[in-house]
Design a protein around this ligand. Structure first.
Ligand code: SF4
Length: 136
């Protein structure tokens, strides 16, 4: 219900304030109902081909497990750190790669550490290995 309401409000705002065009800037996008920084980054990257790094639950979890970011980092800090550590021309692709890796392999529950090509370099994987939680 909330999403439907936001979509209606968003369409009205696009027509009334943006001449029916989706704005191609983060500042413009986040003024739209239901659009936060993550969604704005996805739209910038996918629809406008503007480099951006959208951090969702998968990107945050995988980045922290791998030790790319600190456990205590906020979503914004994760975004900034990944952008610093990844060449700009790879941001959009890396975003999708990390999401799919997190969704299907490095899952929140029961990550596939035993068959993970990143196990040797992964902080969380090594911790699980020492605890005997990883079957290889
Ligand atoms: S070793 Fe485990 S925790 Fe680390 S990235 Fe692979 S699946 Fe995720």
């Amino acid at each position: 219900r909330n999403k439907a309401k936001n979509i209606q409000l968003l369409c009205a705002r696009l027509l009334n304030e943006y001449d029916g065009e989706v704005p191609a800037s983060r500042e413009g996008l986040v003024t739209l109902p239901g659009v936060g920084r993550k969604t704005a980054n996805v739209v910038l990257s996918v629809a406008f081909d503007i480099p951006a790094m959208a951090v969702d639950t998968h990107v945050e979890r995988v980045s922290k497990r791998l030790g790319l970011c600190r456990w205590k980092d906020s979503v914004l800090e994760v975004e900034e750190t990944i952008m610093k550590k990844t060449p700009i021309e790879r941001w959009s692709r890396a975003h999708h790669q990390i999401i799919f890796f997190g969704r299907y392999h490095c899952k929140a529950q029961n990550p596939g550490c035993g068959s993970c090509p990143l196990l040797d370099d992964c902080r969380e994987g090594q911790k699980r290995l020492k605890k005997g939680l990883v079957k290889i």
